[in-house]
Design a protein around this ligand. Structure first.
Ligand code: PLP
Length: 428
């Protein structure tokens, strides 16, 4: 595989951008080697600066439900840009966006747009604290909620991959207000609540986790979590930045049949542009400034370009509800193909999948939480990753991430991936 240009660009980037990248996991640090610099994307494929072609399973880390550069989003953007890029004054498209999210996700009665998932989760916790008058929050080990100070404690995704349980720069005060429970373990939540009686403002959770790899909440766990939060006046926040509109039009909450008080969104709702949002019960959201005292603002929030791309994506979902069945079929096809490969090499490595999110964990034990996820052999994953890459398949460059299938992945793409998977497994 030719990588001269990518390598040169990486050397140049490292001189002026920390680690050469604007987000850590992109740097390939946990799998070794240099990152590949991309040139353009089209449907299920991405093309790098050295002329290599890949079937992409990252989809910009989640946003590209419809593959790269879908015509209907491009058209919406071209149309929007004619009118200007930003006003800092309200526009009608913001109402359309809010209405559509409220329509597709029944738990959302009111919503505020922001510019990233990180902003959404930080703001959701702030309003939960304002609403309850309490300070502490509970999060789960291995869940990732963006890079806000009080979330960078035993976080998932890059923070997990790089083994930084709590980032330098996070104050002791912040760390003390964040309590850590074990995913899928309701007793760990109960213990924290009884030890911090009337002090907990919010529980935030990825109801279906992508950021320690794909892990689903057990049904009784998430139902009980809902009950406890209601009984204890704790705001239950579902972080659906990844799962919102990825798994179903109503997100993980639709699949699990549990209604949170607040939900955060990002990724897909921006149609590939930088967007986040938080919303939920009107009674809580009305506390957000200027209708209430909880301050939260954004120069580019509700940006017309971002809204038009996002609205195009959500309208497509509304008008094509069958995409989720098709994604499930494709996911199932790829899962079975990968499992066939595992059988051939005689390994029982765990495949966790929900719809179009999937992770192959290099451990033979069931993965249900952080402690079981980290039993994975990350060195084996690194080898597997590079074998796939050399065969034109772009999987996440870290074990503790989900891969994403888009509506544009064809059976031919999946077959090619299954074939490359077998080669990679045999060469481990
Ligand atoms: C990606 C992600 C975030 C952070 O969103 P950014 O847009 O990267 O700030 C938060 N929560 C979850 C569950 C995510 O997957």
């Amino acid at each position: 595989m030719k990588t001269e240009k990518s390598n040169l660009l990486f050397e140049e980037a490292k001189k002026i951008i920390p680690g050469g990248v604007n987000s850590p996991v992109r740097a390939f640090k946990s799998v070794g080697g240099n990152p590949i610099f991309m040139q353009y994307g089209n449907g299920s494929k991405i093309f790098d600066v050295d002329g290599n072609e890949y079937i992409d399973y990252i989809g910009s880390w989640g946003p590209h439900l419809f593959g790269h550069n879908p015509a209907f989003i491009k058209d919406a953007l071209i149309h929007a840009i004619e009118n200007g890029t930003s006003f800092g004054a309200p526009t009608e498209i913001e109402i359309q966006m809010a209405k559509l999210i409220c329509e597709l996700v029944p738990s959302i009665e009111m919503i505020r747009m922001v510019n990233s998932g990180t902003e959404a989760t930080m703001s959701a916790v702030r309003v939960a604290r304002g609403y309850t008058g309490k300070d502490k929050i509970i999060k789960f080990e291995g869940c990732y909620h963006g890079h806000g100070d009080f979330f960078l404690i035993k976080a998932g995704s890059g923070a997990l991959t790089f083994g930084v349980p709590t980032s330098p720069g996070v104050t002791k005060g912040n760390a003390a207000d964040t309590l850590i429970a074990d995913f899928n373990n309701i007793d760990s939540v109960k213990n924290l609540i009884s030890a911090n009686k009337n002090e907990i403002a919010a529980v935030i959770i990825e109801p279906i986790v992508g950021n320690m790899g794909t892990v689903k909440a057990k049904e009784d766990f998430i139902k009980e979590l809902r009950e406890i939060c209601s009984n204890e006046n704790i705001v239950l926040i579902f972080d659906e930045v990844m799962t919102g509109f990825r798994l179903a039009k109503g997100g993980a909450q639709e699949i699990l049949g549990v209604t949170p008080d607040l939900t955060t969104f990002g990724k897909i709702i921006g149609g590939g542009l930088p967007v986040g949002a938080y919303g939920g019960k009107k009674e809580i959201m009305e506390l957000v400034s200027p209708s209430g005292p909880v301050y939260q603002a954004g120069t580019l929030s509700g940006n017309p370009l971002a809204m038009s791309a996002g609205l195009a994506a959500l309208n497509f979902i509304k008008n094509n509800p069958d995409i989720y069945n098709k994604l499930e079929e494709k996911g199932n096809y790829l899962e079975n193909g990968i499992k066939d490969g595992l059988k051939i090499i005689g390994k029982n490595f765990q495949v966790n999948r929900i719809g179009s999110m999937m992770t192959l964990f290099f451990t033979e034990e069931e993965v249900v939480d952080y402690n079981s996820a980290i039993k994975s052999d990350t060195k084996l994953y690194a080898k597997y990753f590079h074998e796939l890459l050399n065969n034109g398949i772009y999987f996440p460059p870290a074990q503790f991430e989900a891969l994403f299938i888009s509506t544009e992945h064809s059976i031919k793409d999946l077959d090619k991936t299954i074939e490359a998977n077998l080669i990679a497994l045999k060469n481990l």
